[in-house]
Design a protein around this ligand. Structure first.
Ligand code: MF3
Ligand code: CO
Ligand code: CO
Length: 266
């Protein structure tokens, strides 16, 4: 499938959508507390998105019932906010997607609830770095396989598994568009990346094996098959001549995630 190249006007709207989604994620990091429910995160995201003049892309998307995905511990992605109470030592990925003036901005991060265990720290920090390793491959003329290989090599070197069943995606007026951005693969293979493309990179990293299972009841919640912890980070990026621009870059540090050292002072 052809991958579209955005015009300067479209890129400006993508920048705005990305920045607003990033701002909402920052707010979640600031409000996150032990004892909070994932439904409370949904309410924060919903209200902040509307306040910004944007719309939550996930609400009613293919029947998805909430304004954000909240994936706790062994939930890999697409966790549905509910009455689940976050407890000390949990990890939770919060995946925010805004639609602003018709354009999407998609970003996620994994947060530490209270003080993390050593295992939680490992899987979260590997996922954070895996996204950086993928982003470092992006420039006009590189191949999608270079991105996937860099992520897979790093994650497996760290003794973790990278999920195969869910991938990054082209994004723009459509939430999920071509190309598919795999988080595994071989260097020098796959389609060429071109300046002006916008897509997400969003590696899901499991502490154990890469295999996952979709909840047979709600048909959304994805869990690790072996019950191990899973973490994820996601950015929406714009490809440029010699690299990329992170459209969902954050203007300040993400509380309860990037400040790991501070989390250990207590
Ligand atoms: N935000 C997710 C992604 O990164 C997609 C969520 S779709 C939903 O692509 F329906 F599960 F919310
Ligand atoms: Co995405
Ligand atoms: Co997302």
């Amino acid at each position: 499938m052809a991958v579209d190249i955005k015009s300067p006007k479209e890129i400006d709207l993508m920048r705005k959508a990305g920045r607003l989604a990033a701002d909402t994620l920052l707010l979640v990091g600031e409000k996150l507390r032990i004892g909070m429910t994932t439904d409370e995160i949904d309410r924060i995201v919903h209200a902040d998105t509307l306040r910004q003049g944007a719309r939550p892309a996930t609400l009613n998307y293919k029947g998805y019932p909430k304004s954000v995905c909240t994936s706790v511990n062994d939930i890999v992605c697409h966790g549905i906010p509910d009455g689940t109470v976050l407890k000390n030592g949990d990890i939770v990925n919060v995946d925010v997607t805004h639609v602003y003036e018709g354009f999407h901005g998609d970003t996620s991060a994994t947060f530490y609830v209270g003080t993390p265990t050593a295992e939680a720290r490992h899987v979260v920090e590997v996922a954070r770095r895996a996204l950086d390793e993928g982003i470092a491959q992006v420039r006009d003329g590189a191949r999608l396989g270079d991105v996937g290989a860099a992520i897979q090599e790093y994650v497996e070197r760290e003794g973790c598994g990278v999920v195969r069943d869910f991938v990054g995606h082209g994004i723009g007026r459509k939430f999920h568009d071509a190309p598919q951005v795999k988080h595994y693969g071989k260097r020098g293979t796959g389609d060429r990346i071109r300046a002006g493309m916008t897509f997400t990179i969003e590696p899901m990293v499991n502490l154990g094996g890469w295999e996952v299972e979709v909840d047979p009841n709600d048909k959304w919640t994805v869990r690790t098959a072996d019950g191990s912890l899973s973490a994820q980070f996601e950015h929406t990026i714009l490809v440029t001549r010699d690299g990329c621009e992170i459209l969902t870059a954050r203007g300040r540090a993400l509380q309860n995630s990037e400040n790991v050292a501070a989390l250990f002072v207590a």
